[in-house]
Design a protein around this ligand. Sequence first.
Ligand code: UGA
Length: 357
Amino acid sequence: MTEARIAVLGAGGFLGSHLVRGMLERFDCAIDAVDVDFEKLDVSSARLRKWRGRVEDASVLDAVTAQADVVLSLTALCNPAQYSTIPLEVIDANFTHLLPVVKRCAERKIRLIHFSTAEVYGLQAVGLDGLPTREMSEDSSCLQLGPIHKERWSYACAKQLLERVIWAYGEHHGLSFTLIRPFNTIGPRMDFLPGVDGEGTPRVLACFMNQLLRGAPLQLVGGGTQKRAFMDVRDMTEAVCRVIERRRACERQILNLGNPRNLVSIAELARMLASAFAEIAPDAAPATFQTVSAADFYGLGYDDTAERVPDVRKARQLLGWEPAHSMQAMLPGIVADYVARYRERVASPASQAARSA
Ligand code: UGA
């Protein structure tokens, strides 16, 4: 394994930037990192080659799979605000553009580790008998998406269909694969701040950090009673390294990776981030909170999961892994990273102008 060549598609994103660092430390592998920009991956190593390009460019895919033993596929459009505003781009990025990746891995006998999403479980945890359960389980939960006019589910549907394609290539054409369903993984370098290094609405962590840094009210969609189980990206990196190491155990398996012990409401997350921020930036204005409707915040095509809790028994068993970081342990470091990276940029006149435009 240590001699392996790993192609990481989407290496410059939040997860990719952590996983590439983790794999370089842990293995003697060579990494072909593919992305459109590498701002978050400011690492250099003789074992790391950066390919600036898009995964849907056939020549890029051809080149990076020419020698790969493993493909780690991470590219996605994965912010809920995009699902109902640019659903066709979301479906292309999460399905159409990745079909050639799956086919190429099958043809070239490359192991595929594909990042799907916890969103495939849909509205709520439901067992095979159709009754609600507490946790979402890889092999015994039904996948319950909302109606078509709720475009929120365009992403989950595209991701689910790609899972089914990968599964079929495994069952019928010998593809070696592992599917990973991440549950609300957070850490430094997640997403972007609107008006600074991106436009639109990022996921909740970056939304709240943006509001804290700007002294604006934290917006609680529907009052923030919905719950998520947040996992530290370091726990994700450890688990993915073990997936790479334990090929046989993970062969043709779907794995939830998340931390069920860190289940909190979005309102609680807001309060926890606000108090970590107050510790790190005691001179900043005290945080305020504001309830907003989902329709006002995301538009009418939005829908939501009230509670998303992973069943991680399979990951524990196959990987000998346990997510280690509590909310209290991870939030101060994450908040400190946002403050260090963004505080000055948020205060710049250009950023202020972008916000008020
Ligand atoms: C998203 C993606 O859709 C998943 O693919 C991904 O796996 C997951 O994030 C993740 O981070 O792992 P979701 O948890 O719904 O799913 O997205 P977030 O943007 O993180 O929102 C979490 C909750 O916070 C939602 O209920 C949302 O309505 C709420 N929210 C978001 C607020 O209350 N205020 C905000 O400013 C932003």
